[in-house]
Design a protein around this ligand. Structure first.
Ligand SMILES: Cc1ncc(COP(=O)(O)O)c(C=O)c1O
Length: 400
């Protein structure tokens, strides 16, 4: 039996939650039951909240150093305990957010108009960030293989050889497909990037969410001194701390670490750390391993529920295979024969539900949606019923 209650009813009332109150922009309307943006309807562990409260009791929130043994010790402990990786203090660097770090690497190691590789489907903020920075998105589509996704190494190498291609943003585990990359796949990616002089950025923010039989392998394991490789991550997903901005990156390239560090401090004036985030990181990484294990069991059960519900009630329209990792269910409606736009409009109008449309994760049409299962079982059942109601109604009206 679980000692943490992940089915507890939670509320975000009065918190200006993007999940609940930010649907107008993407969905054109408010009041939808939301399962879209990647945060959880699950409270952060008590130890994390308590650590932040204790820090608040001090009452002074002046500039704060992240270069301290508490921060380094907590990060090193987590990586050693969870992934068997030994890190040195100087390999770890605090940064304002994962997307800030990726944007900064892109700005430093490429020029406007240069190409940056993404593997479609791709986390939508990568697409937005590259457009915002005037970089060309160089698409290396993942290969579909019976509900799973594979890396196209030959195509990737060809793209890496292009003169204008400067970096590749790897997502591990992969959002939105939930794929966990094997050591062998990572080694091949690293090898191609090193041989072709393409900077390798590995976004590992979903690293703590894996299904029971899966083992996450970090690119850190393959990094050697001086490699032009950077791994960026944080606790925003694992401990539901997206509104407590923070992240950290790991690199074994001293030049890179100093350069990015200098820019964060001098160019952007953001060298100090978030004092609440530092307390949260310490409590989470030193006290909350068992909480993460139980959370993963809860997510696995919710994924099983999605799988069983689709098999029982929606298999004529939808395909779903439990992902290796993440709390995001990537569901295909290709076999329904319905158009992208029609499905998404119906999910809003009939289902009253906000799920992330597949086309935001792609540079072309994409007949999937992403359904966030980091909620109580009750909410997931409700979400599935809403999806069922929607497909039943539109497939009927299409036939008539
Ligand atoms: C793959 C990936 N990277 C980065 C982020 C955002 O991280 P941050 O808020 O630290 O920029 C997300 C959030 O959904 C994500 O899924």
């Amino acid at each position: 039996m679980s000692s943490f209650d992940f089915n507890r009813q939670t509320t975000r009332k009065g918190t200006y939650s993007v999940q609940y109150e930010g649907t107008e922009k993407l969905f054109g309307t408010g009041g939808l039951e939301p399962f879209w943006i990647a945060d959880m309807d699950i409270e952060t562990p008590e130890a994390v909240a308590e650590a932040m409260k204790k820090r608040i009791d001090n009452g002074i929130f002046g500039y704060t150093k992240w270069q301290n043994p508490k921060f380094h010790g907590a990060v090193k402990g987590w990586w050693h305990q969870r992934f068997g990786i030994t890190l040195e203090d100087e390999e770890i660097h605090y940064a304002p957010s994962v997307m800030f770090t990726i944007g900064e690497v892109v700005r430093q190691f490429s020029e406007e108009g240069d190409g940056i590789i993404l593997t479609m489907p791709s986390y939508n903020a990568f697409i937005g960030m590259l457009k915002g920075n005037g970089r060309e998105i160089v698409d290396c589509p993942l290969i579909r293989n019976q509900g799973t996704y594979e890396f196209d190494f030959d195509h990737f190498e060809k793209l890496c050889r292009r003169e204008d291609v400067k970096a590749y943003i790897h997502c591990s585990p992969h959002n939105p497909t939930g794929k966990v990359w094997t050591r062998d796949e990572l080694a091949k990616i690293r090898d191609i990037c090193l041989r072709t002089g393409v900077f390798l950025i590995s976004d590992e923010i979903h690293m703590d969410f894996t299904r029971p039989k899966e083992q996450f392998v970090s690119m850190v394991e393959l990094m050697e001194a001086g490699d032009p490789i950077l791994v960026t991550t944080g606790l925003g997903k694992t401990f539901n701390l997206a509104s407590i901005p923070h992240s950290y990156f790991i690199t074994r390239n001293r030049h890179l670490r100093l350069k990015i560090g200098r820019n964060i401090a001098s160019k952007y004036g953001m060298g100090a750390a978030n004092s609440l985030a530092l307390e949260a990181i310490h409590a989470a990484y030193t006290e909350c391993g068992p909480w993460v294990d139980e959370l993963n069991r809860h997510i696995e059960q919710n994924m099983q529920l999605v799988e069983a519900y689709i098999a029982a009630h929606m298999s004529e329209w939808l395909d779903f295979k439990k992902p290796d990792a993440t709390y995001l269910a990537w569901i295909s409606f290709e076999k329904s024969g319905l158009e992208d736009e029609e499905v998404h409009k119906a999910l809003i109008d009939i289902g009253g539900i906000a799920v992330s449309p597949g086309h935001i994760y792609d540079v072309k049409n994409n007949q999937h949606f992403r359904f966030n299962v980091a909620s109580s079982r009750h909410r997931i059942e409700d979400g599935l019923e809403r999806i069922h109601r929607t497909f039943k109604k539109i497939t009927k009206s299409t036939v008539q």
